[in-house]
Design a protein around this ligand. Structure first.
Ligand SMILES: Cc1cc2nc3c(=O)[nH]c(=O)nc-3n(C[C@H](O)[C@H](O)[C@H](O)COP(=O)(O)OP(=O)(O)OC[C@H]3O[C@@H](n4cnc5c(N)ncnc54)[C@H](O)[C@@H]3O)c2cc1C
Length: 297
């Protein structure tokens, strides 16, 4: 199957859905593709911080995801399922663009928005796959309750890790954060300045092995929640597209990349702060910039 669109948005998280809605409201034919259900990281965030909610409490991620999805479909965005594995143009940095999915579909677009966010974190250990779903998690609100009253470890002390640790502390027996000392860690949570070097356990996770500057310690843990080692989810991009040193996509103030008709928005772009409000603002900017770019072409 092959289909043509004005705009193809890759990633239906908050940045992608917002960009798609903006472009569709201006009358452009828009496809928004995701390898999972629409909503991105919001789907797993029952309690959002730094986001205003109508009742003054914590905003609800799935609820915002469903609002953004409804707005996109009402604007006429076609929501599609597919994992994008390749993006190519007829020449270096020139559209129209062909988007290929792992499911064997091809779509063409005059312009493309990359809004694929960040990959899940990794500890970089060979045994990680063995414990995935058997003690290794990336989501405190989804999996935390499975470890009620049991010791858990949080890998990472930066970004959203302290918030996730605070959420885990309400349900888990004992929470230890592993990583560099950070300015503010939740009260009552233990901290160890070191690096996780092994996971151990014969029937699910039982111990996390940590190397500090002076020792190697085995910490009893029924689960490890990983918030380190994330990278931009953009392996499918042409090598010519400009990236920063850590692989984030470099954009101008309108979200345009080094290719004139490819835009990037949200956590995947260089300099992103990784907040929901920023992802939505990025999506809005990219949507507007695309409309201008396609109307002048
Ligand atoms: C644990 C955690 C807690 C957080 N807590 C908060 C908070 O309390 N408050 C706050 O403001 N922010 C919070 N954030 C940050 C916020 O969720 C992100 O900044 C925001 O979701 C980024 O939106 P995005 O659209 O750029 O990416 P994402 O939400 O990550 O969406 C990217 C989408 O792209 C899809 N995708 C990826 N690769 C492909 C591909 N090859 N093909 C097709 N689809 C693909 C993914 O499936 C996903 O749906 C948190 C983030 C995390 C991880």
């Amino acid at each position: 199957m092959s289909t043509s669109f004005d705009v193809i948005v890759i990633g239906a998280g908050p940045a992608g859905l917002t960009a798609a809605t903006g472009a569709a409201r201006a009358g452009l034919k828009v496809l928004c593709l995701d390898k999972l259900a629409p909503g991105g990281a919001l789907i797993n965030l029952a309690e959002l911080h730094e986001v205003a909610s109508a009742d003054g409490g914590h905003a609800d991620g799935p609820q915002i995801a469903s609002q953004l999805t409804d707005e996109a479909t009402e604007a006429g965005v076609e929501l599609g399922f597919g994992e994008v594995v390749k993006l190519t143009g007829p020449g270096a940095d020139v559209g129209p663009w062909t988007v290929e999915t792992a499911e064997g579909e091809q779509h063409t677009g005059r312009a493309v928005v990359i809004a694929t966010g960040l990959s899940k974190g990794t500890l970089g250990l060979a045994e990680e796959a063995e414990y995935d779903g058997r003690g290794l998690s990336h989501c405190a609100s989804c999996d935390g309750p499975l470890y009620a009253g049991r010791p858990v470890v949080v890998a990472g002390t930066e970004g959203w890790a302290p918030r996730e640790a605070a959420e885990l502390q309400v349900v888990a027996g004992d929470v230890t954060m592993i990583g560099k000392p950070a300015a503010s860690l939740p009260d009552g949570v233990h901290h160890l300045d070191g690096r996780i070097v092994a996971l151990e356990g014969s029937d699910g996770l039982q111990f996390v092995v940590v190397e500090t500057s002076c020792a190697r310690k085995s910490i009893p843990a029924s689960a490890v929640f990983v918030y380190v080692g994330q990278s931009p989810a953009a392996e499918f991009l042409p090598e010519t597209l400009a990236r920063d040193a850590t692989g984030n996509i470099v954009v101008d103030e309108g979200g345009r990349t080094s290719a004139a008709t490819v835009f990037a928005a949200g956590d995947v772009r260089a300099g992103a702060r990784h907040y929901l409000a920023d992802a939505i603002a990025d999506g809005r900017r990219a949507g507007q910039a695309i409309v201008t770019a396609l109307k002048t072409n």
